[in-house]
Design a protein. Structure first.
Length: 98
């Protein structure tokens, strides 16, 4: 919400985040030692997840999946909770093992 005007000017969230890092390094808010101590594997994993999320949303796959999920989910609140719990367990198991 707060970054949206900057994201529109600079072309998205990734250049806006890079600008923020550059400003923090340039002003001394983050030292070079702190910057180099970051877990780069984790940052690349997060970046890949963001890219995958953008691809799913921009391709229209997200709309197709949500429409199918709305059509096939149960109307009972308890059954819906159980279905969503199963989906979350499956998704977290898949993500944690890849």
């Amino acid at each position: 919400f707060a970054y949206l005007p900057l994201a529109n000017v600079f072309g998205g969230t990734a250049p806006t985040a890079l600008l923020f890092v550059a400003v923090c390094l340039g002003t001394g808010a983050i030292s070079r030692q702190t910057f180099n101590a970051y877990s780069w594997h984790l940052l690349f994993l997060i970046g890949g997840g963001n890219a995958l999320g953008l691809c799913v949303r921009n391709s229209g796959l997200l709309a197709v999946l949500t429409h199918a999920a709305k059509h096939h989910l149960a109307s009972s609140s308890w059954a819906l909770t159980c279905e969503l719990l199963l989906v979350l367990v499956a998704a977290t198991t898949f993500v944690s093992h890849t």
